[in-house]
Design a binder for this molecule. Structure first.
Ligand code: SAH
Length: 344
């Protein structure tokens, strides 16, 4: 039993099976998810004998802080170690509307996007709901500030870890715990079409982000292997269906790679394909990853690209670069840590 990943009902029934009084289940659940206490010894209203029993029977599986970097703009990157020795990371960004945390959903990633550092060390495993929650709980403790927005845009592909990610979202929005608003959660996918359909079935009010990064199959398959499996046409059809049924706007991520996907023709083609869809395009000058050949488009190119989309009535934002002095892009810090250990 992984107690930190358990819903309140699951936790209650385990306590019952172990003949622990019912009100103790409420206390422990609150310590974990409301007060973010990930250590039985700090649960001071539990008798010592019970704490010892719980430690033995229901150990709390979570990540532990293993490093922290703060950028000049206030962005904080946390490095965490896992019980089986690997590392993950998350980033806390300060925006006017509140603090946003970028959470990892897997150790490494299978998706193989050519510009992304998460994929370089290979895929290790999926994270549990508790391991995802503890990234947030520990970050709030570490920074002393409330996190109001959560984006699943760290390492890993959330729709490749569907059940744990759904459980994570359920626990995060539970009113007995953090009670985070579903509308303040974003889930980003590289475009796993059956996963989007499954998510649609859940009718959640979260924001779906889709990493598009190209206007056609030729360019997209060249940088994102997932496109060989689910072509862009199929992906955009599913996105259209998603917005129609949920009435939620999709956010398309578009990393601007100089000379690869940033021409006027690309902008025109993208505008044609997205026309009439309830969506928004987020242009991101690509973050340089050491091993990758891609360089960011110039600010002038980004501006022109954005102008073409806007002329077609598509709303566009250009992502502000945060944390560029601390290797804040997905997978970069873990990659450095592994390189130090010689396991990269
Ligand atoms: N697997 C999911 C979520 C993790 S990546 C997905 O693909 O959406 C979060 C976002 O960062 C994605 O849009 C991804 O394509 C983008 N990204 C990855 N590496 C990047 C880089 N070097 N520069 C800019 N964006 C990058």
């Amino acid at each position: 039993m992984d107690i930190l990943s358990a819903t309140f009902d699951e936790l209650s029934s385990v306590f019952k099976e172990n003949s622990i009084q019912g009100f103790r289940a409420s206390q422990v659940y609150e310590w974990l998810h409301k007060h973010q206490v990930l250590n039985y010894d700090e649960m001071t209203n539990l008798p010592k004998a019970l704490r010892e029993e719980l430690k033995e029977k229901l150990p709390i599986v979570c990540c532990s802080p293993a490093g922290k970097q703060t950028a000049s703009d206030g962005t904080v990157k946390m490095l965490y170690s896992l019980h089986d020795g690997d590392y993950i990371e998350c980033v806390i960004m300060k925006y006017k509307y509140g603090n946003t945390i970028c959470v990892s959903s897997q150790v490494g990633c299978k998706m193989g996007c050519a510009f992304c550092a998460s994929t370089l060390g290979g895929f290790k495993r999926c994270l549990s709901a508790g391991e995802m929650l503890s990234q947030i709980y520990l970050a709030q403790k570490e920074t002393g500030e409330r996190i109001s927005h959560v984006v699943l845009m760290g390492m890993g592909e959330p729709l490749d870890n569907f059940d744990n990610v759904m459980r994570f979202i359920e626990l995060l929005t539970d009113e007995k715990g953090q009670n985070l608003s579903m509308r303040n959660i974003s889930l980003s996918t590289c475009g796993i079409v059956p996963g989007i359909e499954k998510l649609l079935g859940k009718r959640l009010q979260l924001t779906l982000s889709v990493s598009l990064h190209a206007p056609n199959d030729e360019i997209r398959s060249g940088i994102m292997p997932v496109n060989n499996r689910y072509h862009i046409g199929e992906l955009l059809d599913m996105c259209r269906k998603y917005t129609k049924i949920t009435s939620r706007r999709i956010s398309f991520e578009y990393a601007m790679l100089s000379g690869v996907n940033d021409s006027d023709e690309c902008a025109d083609e993208l505008a044609r394909r997205l026309k009439g869809m309830l969506c928004h395009v987020n242009l991101i000058p690509v973050n340089k990853v050491e091993e990758s050949p891609f360089t960011p488009s110039s600010p002038e190119r980004v501006k022109k690209f954005a102008a073409i989309l806007e002329k077609s009535g598509i709303t566009v934002t250009v992502r502000r670069k945060l944390g560029s002095d601390i290797d804040a892009s997905c997978g970069q810090l873990r990659r450095k840590k592994n390189a130090e250990r010689g396991t990269a």
